[in-house]
Design a protein around this ligand. Structure first.
Ligand SMILES: CC(C)(COP(=O)(O)OP(=O)(O)OC[C@H]1O[C@@H](n2cnc3c(N)ncnc32)[C@H](O)[C@@H]1OP(=O)(O)O)[C@@H](O)C(=O)NCCC(=O)NCCS
Length: 252
């Protein structure tokens, strides 16, 4: 038991740069307290002392704002940062070295008995406010963005963001266009699902058309400049509408 407590304390230091001393972790980290309550509640639950397990779990919830069903299985070095509002359902399974932030729900989507909550494999990180719903699997080392709603499996090592969550791969060195093609994304975040929507379809058509026009204008501009015709004014107008410039304006 002491080994497990020491490990849990060490995991706080590994994952929270704000942690300064063991005493601080023991006295001021609700995630640490919730885990201690859960270890006891889970042991009672497994001993078929179901009411007592629920009661201990509820005490933990009062003290920490973190609700973990005593039936949930939690691996080693689990860390909940901040904690308030975390809910972990009865059939959730959590591997080793998993990190959750406040407001995370590992919830069910059906009232049927049996496995109805997610499985998080080792090393998963779930951002603040994210909801992971149903008996899905979040693969080893995957990351879930804050406020995402995840309803499908997430492959190992992937990051998922948004509602419903979509996968973004960790390929920062790839160009935006390559990433988009790989993920089947359309530029301007009009997703393939949205393509079923006639309004989105029309918008997509207009956007594609305007991108094509931009390219043609750019080509014409270059040819005019190649003919040594003075075209600074025209260049200024073209640049105002170039995709790069539009992105800058949108970012402001
Ligand atoms: C999901 C996450 C892990 C991704 O991190 P990353 O791999 O470094 O990814 P990037 O920051 O390069 O972002 C990649 C893309 O996803 C978008 N993105 C990142 N996080 C997002 C989120 N939570 N929701 C929606 N989109 C998100 C970015 O805007 C970027 O989009 P772009 O390619 O169109 O510019 C991270 O953003 C996150 O949400 N971590 C949780 C942090 C948290 O909850 N902290 C609480 C501390 S109290």
């Amino acid at each position: 038991m002491f080994k497990s407590i020491r490990e849990d304390i060490a995991s706080v230091f590994d994952r929270d740069p704000a942690a300064r001393s063991t005493w601080e972790v023991i006295t001021c980290y609700p995630g640490f307290h919730a885990l201690r309550f859960h270890r006891l509640a889970h042991a009672l639950w497994n001993m078929k002392l179901r009411w007592l397990g629920r009661w201990v779990s509820n005490m933990g919830r009062w003290m920490t704002g973190i609700e973990i069903h005593p039936g949930a299985t939690i691996g080693r070095r689990f860390f909940i940062d901040h904690g308030m509002g975390v809910v972990i359902g009865e059939t959730a399974e959590i591997g080793d070295d998993v990190t959750l932030y406040h407001g995370v729900t590992l919830g069910g989507t059906s009232w049927n008995k049996g496995k109805r909550h997610p499985t998080l494999q080792n090393g998963v990180v779930i951002g603040a406010g994210a909801k992971v719903l149903g008996p899905i699997i979040v693969g080893e080392g995957a990351k879930i963005g804050s406020n995402a709603v995840v309803v499908k499996d997430v492959p190992p090592g992937a990051s998922a963001v948004g509602i419903p969550a979509r996968i973004i791969m960790g390929d920062k060195d790839k160009s935006r266009e390559e990433k988009a093609a790989k993920l089947g994304f359309s530029a301007y975040a009009v997703t393939s699902k949205a393509e079923d929507d006639p309004l989105a379809k029309a918008l997509q058509g207009l956007l594609d058309h305007s991108v094509e026009q931009d390219h043609r204008l750019e080509q014409l501009q270059r040819e005019i400049e190649g003919m040594k015709v003075r075209a600074e004014d025209d260049r200024a107008v073209t640049d105002r509408f170039s995709p790069g410039r539009l992105r800058q304006v949108a970012d402001k």
